[in-house]
Design a protein around this ligand. Sequence first.
Ligand code: SF4
Length: 429
Amino acid sequence: MRTTISFYTFGCRLNQSETAVVRRTFEADKRYKIVDFKTPADIVVVNTCTVTENGDADTRQLVNKINRNNPSARIALIGCQAQIQKNKLTELANVRWVIGNARKTDFHSILKETKDREKPCVITPAIPRDSFTVPIAGIDRSHTRANLKIQDGCDFFCSFCEIPYARGRARSRAFEDIVLEARALAEAGHKEVIITGINVGTYKNQNKNVVDVVDALEQIMELKRIRISSIEPTTVPTGLIKKMAKHTKLCRHLHLPLQCGSDTILKAMRRKYSADEFGNFVRQAHDTVPGICIGTDVIAGFPGEAEEQFQETTDRLREWPINYFHIFSYSQRSMAQSQKLPKAVAKHDIAVRSKILRELGLRKRHVFYQSLLETQQPVLFEQRKNGYWTGLTDNYARVKIKSDRPLANQFLNVRLTQIDHQAIIGAID
Ligand code: SF4
């Protein structure tokens, strides 16, 4: 009888791309049968995240849920939280493997050697600093848009962030290896790839940077769209903006984490720019690339953020041409430097500020969507939900249309007619 195995991913695109690789190693082995996460499985692999307090709590809650629904499951916790909180994780019931980032994609071979062990198997070696290859293409048929990992780790050590500990120092994937995977993803039918990493703007391998990566991917005929995931504002090469302006395959979409709009707080966060520098860059990108969508991340309630600093953030966000926000409520991370800072913000104030920012973000997106009404846009459709097919424009507008035709992974020219909550309803003429 085949051993059943299921997968669950928390956190970022990089985690999704790595789960896809682990999954492929099991797909290639006939002794295993991959089942949907909702189906009880013999082995459940959870790729964890530790970016916020919530990420940690989510793992605990998911393990409890797995144990309630399927008490005989053996659980593998892999990834960021496994890397830095191994002791806590081994205490959870039925957790049999805790595998850090350096070895998580080897889970298939680790399982072969350790499946009969009674005690939890903990493997969390230090993460190497060298450039790397990913020998298996992370083809993931459950997603239309494919994540393509080009980089891992970070050397910036922002004071609120544990990522340099969980994922190690910045390192880049071998250039040819990226192109090989991109070809495999295109051959498998993916029309859009998302260039993914922790700090993708720092990519460097054989004197190639992230623009060279985009150039190489553009040569792959079957790939129609290339999107850059989140990129640190100080690392965006001018070549990237110029390329977006030329309407190549590179999507007109930038996600630039601001974190805060007050210089005092940016300094305490150890970010590498002032608020004005960020604003000037955003304006320049907006003016250079017609129709660009710019998104950002903001942390509400960093220590020392008084009303005055919060106001600076909201004033600037209101004014700058930023089209949507991802809001994070500040939470203490045990390895982050910011936990030593005085003047913690009360939980209630953090919640209020997060809500204000979320509402402002929704209003800004509404204004962006309004600017697209009555235009015609190519949309790559992904899935059908509540009677509508939904997909994205290259500039990151969520579009939905009514259609009985199967539209998954299809491009259609859609006329955008009406805003409906967080999407735009479209029509095909
Ligand atoms: S740039 Fe800062 S926030 Fe982003 S991963 Fe690196 S340390 Fe963390």
